[in-house]
Design a protein around this ligand. Structure first.
Ligand code: SF4
Length: 293
């Protein structure tokens, strides 16, 4: 959950997830839709799909017990060498190196080398040397927190850093002034039709992988266009929604239909009862829009 997402944003999602799925056993029979539903609004939905794929492998190959060998953990979807190292050190107290962006920065500053000139293999070697074999839990948690909160990218707090006696960059890193000219994001325009009856919403499962993969969203305008003679246009909504790397320009026609009807398409779709909509994974702007209807 914390990949590319701030702690404050993650907390309510983490708490809800752990409340619903406190054990692997509770997670094992859940559907991808249910996981996407509880993830709805957190973004980067690939992470939720990876959780589903990983727990399916754990169920089939490891009888619902989380694997304990590094190679087995790395082979699970969504888990790289660094995350696997953190899991081994923190959950199983088996010392393994980690190397996320924060740790890379701390290491490069400790030896006073430009991070861009260090090869990945070199960094892993240095990280391996740092691992504390007597207390890998405290070391792993400590170096991650140090990188995130003390030895920060823009303004390292060398004064309070416990490593300042040995660090070759201590008190010499220049604070960085943030570059305000943000890179322009690509804008994607989407014309959608949200059709509803008094009791349900018509949503389709999005199989396209560009954004909102496997979430439930309104049909493309073109699909609903052939049905508009029996629908009443309630209103049009223009929504600008920012994703991390893209901006979305949504134009959503909202139609009311006297009854549910069939759509000629191979795409999976459902008329979802309004009181069951929370059990489906829907993107944040669509969820918000539906809550107002
Ligand atoms: S002394 Fe300063 S530069 Fe060195 S690790 Fe600590 S915060 Fe980072």
């Amino acid at each position: 959950m914390l990949q590319q997402t701030q702690v404050q944003t993650v907390i309510p999602y983490f708490n809800a997830f752990i409340k619903k799925y406190p054990t692997l056993g509770k997670l094992s029979s859940t559907s991808e839709d249910e996981i996407l539903a509880i993830w709805s609004g957190l973004g980067f939905y690939r992470r939720a799909r990876n959780i589903f794929a990983a727990k399916e492998i754990i169920k089939t190959d490891y009888q619902n017990k989380f694997p304990k060998k590094l190679e087995q953990i790395i082979s699970l979807p969504g888990i790289g060498k660094s995350t696997a190292g953190a899991l081994m050190s923190l959950a199983f107290l088996e010392p393994q190196p980690i190397l996320d962006g924060n740790v890379k920065r701390v290491i490069s500053r400790l030896i006073k080398k430009d991070i861009a000139t260090l090869k990945e293999k070199e960094l892993w070697g240095l990280s391996e040397k740092l691992v504390n074999h007597e207390d890998c839990f405290s070391y792993t948690q400590g170096i991650m927190d140090l990188g995130a909160t003390v030895c920060t990218q823009a303004n390292p707090l060398c004064q309070t850093c416990p490593l300042n006696k040995d660090c070759k960059s201590a008190f010499s890193v220049k604070p960085q002034i943030k570059n305000k000219t943000a890179k322009a994001k690509m804008t994607i325009a989407m014309d959608l039709s949200l059709v509803l009856t008094n009791h349900s919403f018509l949503l389709a499962k999005n199989e396209e992988s560009s954004i909102w993969h496997h979430l439930w969203i309104p049909f493309d305008d073109a699909i609903i266009a052939v049905h508009t003679s029996k629908l009443q246009l309630l209103k049009q909504e223009r929504i600008r929604h920012e994703l991390t790397h893209r901006s979305l320009n949504l134009l959503i026609n909202i139609y009311i239909s006297p009854k549910e009807f069939k759509i000629k398409t191979n795409q999976k779709y459902e008329w979802i009862k309004k009181d069951r909509i929370q059990a489906y994974g829907t993107p944040q702007p669509i969820t918000k829009l539906m809550s107002q209807l």
